[in-house]
Design a protein around this ligand. Structure first.
Ligand SMILES: [Ca+2]
Length: 291
């Protein structure tokens, strides 16, 4: 998917500044395009002009609204776009990102791997039937889902404080990675259309949302209503973990196969996050939880 054209590898929020440089950007550009039924040909010849400060944001939004309309975004999504504001905190976080340089051991230590594994084991025991049902449907064992849940948001405790729609629209306006974020911005507006999120929905600095921090394009593509209330809610643990399991399955997870480095499903974990130490940490913590 995305191969890092980025000048400064980066991740997304304070909590993960030490992790996963390019990881987020890999999650789902192509699928976001597919989900929207878009193709390169369907995009207007001239995209709205990007900017590096907030000065041109409002004018750009008017141009981008035309793109969004052409992409099939309805009145609610367009209204949400009009209501977005330039997310200075997003840009500050984006500019401030540091390259990831930790060893695996250091990374595990900084991210609290031991705590995640210990708490994860308890969480699995407390909700064994739920995790069993996810494995039956998607083939992904509990440890992997719980490990991701713990690493991404501390099991839902830190899902972010930045308005998702404004964040993702700001990143699309910003010149640094417009092309990467554009489909995610369109997906976010589509999600508003569908009632999945509102302009008030909060997430991480780069617009990742919910308990496992999906970018909007992936949320739209892989979201699952697991608790049967008719809504896909990434802030609901059942929906979020089923959506994560669905993502992994759709990315090629092979039920019953191993997920350690060298085993078939490790490559699937790699689609979740591009940083090797992150992938290794997920696999190690997951094995401790599953063991
Ligand atoms: Ca639901």
């Amino acid at each position: 998917m995305l191969h890092s054209p980025l000048p400064a590898p980066s991740c997304r929020s304070a909590s993960s500044r030490t992790a996963s440089p390019l990881s987020r950007w890999r999650k789902g550009l192509g699928s976001a395009l597919l989900a929207l039924g878009l193709s390169a040909l369907a995009l207007p010849a001239l995209a709205a002009t990007c900017g590096n400060t907030g000065a041109g944001f409002d004018a750009w939004k008017q141009q981008f609204a035309q793109e969004a309309k052409q992409a099939g975004i309805g009145p609610r999504g367009l209204q949400a776009l009009a209501g977005t504001s330039y997310s200075s905190s997003t840009i500050a976080a984006d500019r401030g990102q540091k390259s990831f340089k930790y060893s695996l051991d250091k990374f595990m230590q900084v991210r609290g791997a031991d705590v995640i594994a210990a708490q994860g084991k308890k969480r699995k025991a407390q909700a064994q039937a739920f995790y069993d049902s996810l494995e039956r449907v998607y083939g992904v064992p509990a440890g992997v889902l719980i490990s991701i849940h713990g690493m991404e948001t501390g099991f839902g405790r830190f899902t972010g404080d930045t308005p998702v729609v404004s964040a993702i629209v700001t990143l699309t306006y910003d010149c640094r990675r417009s092309d990467f974020f554009r489909p995610h911005a369109l997906a976010a507006l589509k999600m508003v259309d569908l009632g999945m999120i509102t302009t008030g929905t909060l997430g991480a600095k780069h617009g990742e949302l919910g308990q496992t921090q999906f970018l909007p394009g992936n949320a739209l593509t892989y979201g699952v209503d697991a608790n049967g209330d008719g809504k896909i809610d990434f802030y609901d643990i059942s929906d979020a973990l089923a959506s994560t399991a669905n993502y992994l399955r759709q990315k090629g997870w092979k039920p019953g196969q191993g997920y350690q480095p060298g085993q078939p499903n490790f490559a699937v974990i790699a689609t979740w996050n591009a940083a090797t130490v992150y992938q290794q940490a997920i696999a190690i913590i997951a094995a401790r939880i599953d063991g």
